[in-house]
Design a protein around this ligand. Structure first.
Ligand SMILES: *[C@@H]1O[C@H](CO)[C@@H](O)[C@H](O)[C@H]1NC(C)=O
Ligand SMILES: *[C@@H]1O[C@H](CO)[C@@H](O)[C@H](O)[C@H]1NC(C)=O
Ligand SMILES: *[C@@H]1O[C@H](CO)[C@@H](O)[C@H](O)[C@H]1NC(C)=O
Ligand SMILES: *[C@@H]1O[C@H](CO)[C@@H](O)[C@H](O)[C@H]1NC(C)=O
Length: 249
């Protein structure tokens, strides 16, 4: 009984300390993803939140592997610094910035940009990745600086950025629309504070419910869509043929 309690304590501690305690202001990487308008993402923020700049945050900084986490609802002023995956790196003359509200979780799978853990930064050396919902009606299409004549393309995919924690009510464009704040009604497991600050920050859904084991297999990205049961049926059938073939001789 005592050892079980001690073990639970260790497991609980392990879970709690796995999350990344990122600084209020710092550098991060930024990628983009497609978020359909009015889509209610992991935090359960209102559909109207998608009419303003939003982003998903990398899992271990977001603070949960499912549903809401402490990152939900937070607002960050993100400024584009440079690209580093391009050859050569691109240091634009302009450094546009955007204030986003975190409404979604960017899963940590594989070696992706959202895969940083407390002990291992992502491929850009960052512990936080913001996955910006873009294109977005609330962000100009030419938001990202580029130099097509030099690179032959305009979408660099990933940026090195600086970020500052900001007050949503003062700085997020959506704060002027009450319908864009808070969480959607009648949806389970939601938490999206208008302006999380200490006493109303979302808890970690995963700490309360446990972090599910990583059940993805090494070949999960392969295009093989044949169910295992079907495959083993074929194998068994083949073995029967071999058996009868041999038996018939
Ligand atoms: C990101 O920008 C910071 C600040 O300029 C710099 O120190 C860091 O090396 C940059 N990281 C990458 C991957 O370009
Ligand atoms: C693009 O890069 C070329 C070569 O470095 C430079 O001469 C030109 O000014 C750049 N254009 C812009 C818009 O940055
Ligand atoms: C965001 O950062 C940029 C660049 O540092 C700054 O000019 C701008 O005033 C900041 N915006 C807010 C709302 O903090
Ligand atoms: C939460 O914090 C805010 C601002 O610090 C304060 O005004 C409010 O009374 C606090 N609410 C509770 C329930 O402690």
């Amino acid at each position: 009984m005592l050892s079980y309690a001690f073990l639970s304590f260790l497991v609980a501690r392990g879970l709690a300390t796995d999350w990344i305690d990122y600084p209020a202001d710092g550098t991060a990487t930024l990628t983009t993803y497609t978020l359909p308008e009015n889509f209610i993402a992991a935090c359960g923020c209102t559909a109207d939140s998608t009419h303003y700049p939003t982003a998903a945050m990398s899992e271990m900084a977001y603070g949960s592997s499912a549903a809401y986490g402490p990152g939900c609802g937070r607002c960050f002023n993100i400024t584009l610094l440079n690209t580093f995956n391009s050859d050569p790196p691109f240091y634009p003359e302009e450094h546009p910035s955007v204030v986003v509200k975190i409404t979604d979780l960017c899963p940590s799978g594989g070696n992706g940009w959202c895969s940083a853990t407390a002990n291992k930064p992502n491929a850009g050396g960052a512990y936080v990745n913001f996955d910006l919902a873009w294109p977005s009606n609330s962000i100009p299409d030419d938001f990202f600086p580029s130099n097509a004549s030099l690179y032959g393309y305009t979408d660099f995919g990933v940026w090195n950025v600086s970020y500052q924690s900001v007050d949503c009510m003062n700085d997020w464009e959506g704060a002027q629309n009450a319908a864009a704040l808070g969480s959607a009604a009648d949806v389970g497991s939601v938490c999206c504070p208008a302006n999380p600050s200490g006493n109303d920050t979302c808890p970690s859904y995963s700490d309360a419910n446990g972090i599910p084991p990583d059940t993805t297999s090494a070949s999960s990205s392969a295009m093989l869509l044949i169910p295992d049961s079907w495959l083993s049926t074929v194998l068994c059938f083949t073995m029967l043929l071999v058996y009868f073939g041999v038996g018939g001789v």
